[in-house]
Design a protein around this ligand. Sequence first.
Ligand code: FES
Ligand SMILES: [Fe+2]
Length: 379
Amino acid sequence: MTAVHDEVRQIEAEAAPTRFARGWHCLGLVRDYSDGEPHSIQAFGTKLVVFRGADGSLNVLDAFCRHMGGDLSDGELKGNEIACPFHDWRWGGDGRCKQIPYGRRVPPLARTRAWTTLEQDGMLFIWNDPEGKQPPQDITVPRIEGAGTEQWTDWHWYTTVVDTNCREIIDNVVDMAHFFYIHGSLPTYFKNVFEGHVATQYFDGGSRADMPEPEGSAKMTGSTSIASYYGPSFMIDDLTYHYEDGSDYKTILINCHYPIDANSFVLMYGIMVQKSEKLPGDVAMATAIALGDWVKVGFEQDVAIWKRKARIDNPLLCEEDGPVYQLRRWYQQFYVDAADVRPEMVDRFEFEIDTTRPLEAWNKQVQANIAARQAQPVS
Ligand code: FES
Ligand SMILES: [Fe+2]
């Protein structure tokens, strides 16, 4: 006799961590911070100020002034320094108070938190480390070949706030089935590789024949994607769209976020498109906007789910699901002290899902949906 499992499965979930992931986080495009004004950012459970000094460097400091708590993001740029709106103390990009106009001398302890920054490929990054260390040499953000060149468009960028813990978006890396049910695509190949601080998803998929198409002339038949998180929050997706007329559009999609607090994050994504004979200058940019809007529809589909779903530490999986537990083990490396990173968090792990059975079921469902629609009387 086989054992009867009649206990009810319970959802387990601890509160989302209040510690924030160690790693490089993208704060958006450099061009959006280059207007000569201080910018206010809610991130990592506090407020930051981003400003470009007269010397041209972008600086990121804690926004709350260490004198009496004034908000530096309401302050004014004076030369290379940000001047607090409360009593005009001048803070440099290195976090040191450089001048107190009414004071005889600057107290030696007048130092605030200056975040390590990186400007690369048109984006601004900051390094978050709860232990206060600098980024190790081997933890870098890879360069994006083509960015800033004539062969590619500029970034077309989107920013939105999502009211949930950022682990939800990380789970997407291994979640093959939701591509069919949420995003209207038909995954034909799906594989994950985790190693060190990088987590990759290999994806090939067709479009569901029973679903609406993105706006545009040619009919999209599918896509090929190699998408890697470099650290806890910055993903580069080498994404090629395939069309019925045989053409391919090569794009780079950035998917990144930074936490506001334990239960909300800023989601950003940006796309650039490779120019070609088919996609000269302006046409390529128009394509970037059209494809970006298509990606936006996809993210909104995810957000709609995240808004209503429960946090779950013990997902119940079937054989055709991806390696959620292994992915979360990989993700955990960013939430422990560097000395506590264990081999199982960083060792190479590979898993390919057998798509035979899902495709059988999904093709059947698509055909049934089309047949049902055709059977409906035209009104
Ligand atoms: S609080 Fe900033 S100068 Fe006083
Ligand atoms: Fe998704």
